[in-house]
Design a protein. Structure first.
Length: 236
């Protein structure tokens, strides 16, 4: 049975607008339909945003804004105390920072996906999810928000009238409750391309997933993406 997803994306915790390895970014772009680009919260600046956006546009890869807690010291991977209005403000500010670059290049931002700890907190905390939704709705109410498949953030955003895409991860292990296994644990990552591709297919066949993600900094990310693309047909 062929299993289709809307997107095969790369991100969030690695190399798209976050690190200096442009060659690695180019290799990743060959196998994806969507790219999550850091927009200054946890990593990235105008130069890296432009470099990555230009590469995505040249490959006809969709561009997604990848806002986070404003915490470059910890790469956005630690939850920090912020009020909902402050979360809303920083998310919108980061999206608009990327938008200025992308528009200058003649492109547009197709979706928004929170990064790291902000993504994980939003998956279980409705107030955080609502603050992110408010930022996106004020910026572009027709945009799509990516969130963890099966989590409450998707319900929050739907209730706000926003489009959502339920996301699964090919290269991360899950807990029985559907949350992602902590990166502090040694088996949090799946680095075998065949195992990652099998997980991508299994998740897509669940019927609840529209986009499959591979992290750009997972060891062997390019090989994993190649295996996923071969195993998992996707909609253009």
């Amino acid at each position: 049975m062929a299993v289709f997803v809307h997107r095969l994306e790369v991100g969030p915790d690695g190399d798209l607008g976050e690190l200096e390895d442009a060659e690695h970014e180019a290799a990743l772009m060959e196998f994806i339909t969507s790219a999550n680009i850091a927009c200054g919260g946890h990593a990235g600046d105008e130069r890296t945003m432009e470099r990555t956006a230009r590469l995505a546009l040249s490959r006809n890869v969709r561009i997604g804004a990848h806002p986070s807690y404003p915490d470059r010291a910890h790469f956005g991977r630690i939850a920090i105390p912020m009020s909902p209005p402050d979360i809303e403000h920083t998310v919108r500010e980061q999206i608009e920072r990327l938008e200025a670059v992308v528009r200058r290049l003649g492109g547009h931002i197709a979706y928004v996906k929170p990064h790291g700890a902000l993504y994980n907190v939003a998956a279980r905390d409705r107030a955080t999810a609502h603050a992110i939704g408010e930022a996106v709705r004020a910026w572009d109410p027709d945009s799509t928000l990516f969130g963890l498949a099966g989590s409450s953030c998707l319900d929050v955003w739907r209730e706000m009238g926003l489009a959502v895409a339920a996301e699964a991860f090919a290269d991360r292990r899950y807990e029985p409750d559907g949350s992602l296994r902590s990166r502090a644990l040694p088996d949090a990552l799946i680095t075998d391309p065949r195992e990652a591709a099998a997980q991508a297919v299994r998740l897509a066949r669940s019927g609840t997933v529209q986009t499959v993600c591979v992290h750009g900094d997972t060891p062997g990310a390019v090989a994993i993406l190649r295996a996923c693309r071969e195993a998992l047909p996707y909609e253009q």
